[in-house]
Every structure is written in C-alpha cells, then in structure tokens.
Design a protein around this ligand. Structure first.
Ligand code: GLA
Length: 362
C-alpha cells in the first residue's frame, strides 16, 4: 500500500488509576477526539513528519533513543520500537492532525503513537496485530521517549468501541468491551480539563511505579495484582508510604470490578460514589493530586455531581464528573467560579462519549 489515512483516539478512564503497571485492571474508553495520520510510503529510509500544531521533523528509519527529542520522539520511538521487533521499514511521509487536547491527560501522545504505528504497519503490510502494538507503543514510550508509562492508554485507543468502556487487564493484556451509555440514563460524563500540568509529573509517576514494584517484591509476589488479603499484605509492609500506595492499588482494582458490575446491570448512576472514592484514594493514599484537581472535584460535588475524580497520571490534567444532564451547566459554572476565585487558569469542559478505537479511515 502506498498511501492511506489512519486515526486513533484519546481516552478517559472511568476507574482503575495507577493499577496498570502492577498488572491490574482499568476501565477506560476511547474519546471521539482523534489524532489523524495521512501517510505515504517512501523507499529511501527516511521518515518525515509534519504536524499542524508542532511543525516538522525528519529523521532516518534507524535512530537511537535520545537522538530525536520533543514531540518527534513519540513518532521516532514507534519507528524504533517497530524496527527492534524485526519490522523492516522503508520510510514514510506522515502528516498529522490532532484533535485530542494536548497536555490535558487525555492521552494525546498515545493517540499519536497508535495512529503512527497503525499507519506504518498498514503502509508496509506488516504482520503485526494490535496485541503486539500495545507492547511496541509501550517500548516507544518507556525506552525512547523516556516516560515510564503502562499499557492502559494504548489499549483504550486500540481497542475502544462506540458506547462501550474497555475492561483492560494489564497482566493478561486482554480488553473486554462493557456496555457504557450515560445518555440513556439521563447522565453526562463531563471532562474538566484543568489546564494545569506539574513539572515533576514524570518523576513522581516513576517513583510510584518503583514503590509498587518494590512492595510486590517485599511481599514475595510478581506484582500487586496478586495481593489476595489486603490487611495481611499491609501488616507485612514496614514502609508507611508503601502501605498507602498498596492500599490504593488493591482497592482501586476492586472498584474496577464493582464499576463493571454496575455498568453491566445498567446501574450507571451508582458509579458516582465509586468515582469519588477513587479520587479520595488518589489524593490521600497515592498522593498524585494537585489543588486544581481537588478543587474541581469538591466544586463539582458541591454543585450536585453524582461523583468525580481525577484521571490519568495526575499532577494536573483532567477530572471526570458524572452529572445529571440537566445539572451539567450548574456543575461547569461552579467549577469555573471556584477556579476564578483561586486564580487558576480557565478550565475547559467536554462531554465524553465512548467512541470507536484506532482505525484505517481511507
Ligand atoms: C498514564 C499512563 C498509564 C497509566 C495512567 C495512570 O496515563 O500512561 O499507563 O499508568 O497514567 O493510571
């Protein structure tokens, strides 16, 4: 194939935060906002990337981590990871348009990586399935971009379906669709982009990942997914920080299963308290919130939201709030007002609706 157009969506996560890198569960869904890549095959071993938002970069198919930095690293990383998996790439021209808000914690970079990966696989007619692309994107992120992320974002982007949330099992790399329709219950899931981003977010993320890994080792298990008795596990940990982190992860995995049961039973409204409990745990036990996230959740709940929580890695980014459709505007107004009073940047609001995953469009 010489040319084509591929696209991949950003995501929100209903519940199951900071669980994927210890083999746990998450329940994200794909957003309607997508990154679109128009691609043309080249045969001279060069990759060119032109993006409306970020300008242009060009590099050879064979680069090493560190050679391409900035946003181009997300593309070069995918090229590198494909090469390392044995794929022979002859080169490509890529034109990128992204409608996924950048820096909002909605996985704009994973949507770019997934769209580029699919485009390169399609152009070169490679025999690589989506299950393999999950790991290829993770290698690009971890080893080329240098961000120690897990698998949840790309699984949401690659496996998303309209009106379905995706039960991600990060240990077995399975993605199971779960019916997810807010509107038919008279509800909206509102995304509040707080427009805040903490400088040390990547380092803090890496530290949490390490703590989970070390706690699993101390408990003599592969990862925290294997904790069967939480009280017993906590009693065996001596570090109070590890105790808090493990408590979050184990309870968060349980909340994912509760949320799946509610969605399957059409009890969408009852998700509210689970969201709010997840936020409290991310704030108090996992310590990944910042004032913008906590203020959003408090203001939304005070204005009548059924539940609300931060999503993604934390230290900025977005909050989701489950609201009655008729109560959406008052919740948005209350959050905007709380932000004004605190002198925070003006937040942005989107209604989230589960949409289809990465695809070939033309
Ligand atoms: C980021 C990572 C994901 C996941 C979330 C936290 O979005 O990319 O892999 O770990 O943080 O749940």
């Amino acid at each position: 194939m010489r040319t084509g157009t591929w696209s991949a969506p950003g995501r929100v996560n209903i519940i199951g935060e900071h669980t994927d890198y210890s083999g746990g569960l998450a329940l994200p869904f794909a957003l309607p906002q997508r990154t679109v890549v128009h691609a043309r095959l080249r045969d001279d071993g060069r990759i060119t990337v032109a993006s409306d938002g970020y300008g242009e970069v060009e590099f050879p198919v064979a680069t090493r981590p560190g050679e391409i930095t900035g946003w181009g690293a997300h593309v070069a990383g995918v090229v590198w990871a494909l090469g390392r998996s044995g794929a022979a790439l002859s080169g490509a021209d890529l034109r990128v348009h992204s409608a996924v808000p950048h820096g909002a914690g909605l996985s704009s970079s994973h949507s770019l990586e997934c769209a580029v990966a699919l485009a390169l696989v399609g152009l070169h007619d490679l025999d690589l399935g989506r299950d393999q692309l999950v790991r290829i994107v993770q290698h690009a992120e971890n080893e080329y971009v240098g961000a120690p992320t897990g698998v949840m974002d790309q699984m949401a982007s690659l496996y998303g379906e309209a009106d379905r949330a995706i039960l991600v099992d990060a240990r077995h790399l399975t993605a199971e669709p779960v019916p997810c329709d807010f509107a038919s219950s008279g509800l909206d899931l509102v995304i509040v982009d707080t427009r805040s981003r903490h400088r040390h977010a990547d380092g803090e993320y890496g530290a949490r990942r390490r703590t989970c890994h070390e706690a699993a080792e101390a408990l003599g298990m592969k990862d925290l997914r294997d904790v069967a008795d939480l009280d017993d596990a906590l009693a065996r940990l001596t570090d109070p920080v590890a105790v808090r982190r493990v408590r979050h992860v184990v309870r968060e995995n349980a909340r994912v299963l509760d949320a799946v049961e509610l969605l399957r039973g059409g009890r969408v409204r009852e998700l509210g308290p689970l969201l709010t409990a997840s936020h409290a745990s991310l704030r108090d036990d996992y310590e990944v919130t910042v004032p913008e996230l906590d203020v959003t959740v408090e203001a939304a709940l005070a204005a009548g939201a059924l539940g609300a929580r931060m999503i993604g890695g934390g230290f900025g980014g977005s909050v989701i709030a489950l609201v009655e459709q008729a109560g959406r505007k008052p919740v948005e107004a209350a959050v905007a007002d709380a932000f004004r009073r605190r002198g925070f940047a003006e937040p942005e609001f989107h209604v989230a609706r589960p949409s289809h995953g990465a695809s070939r469009d033309r």
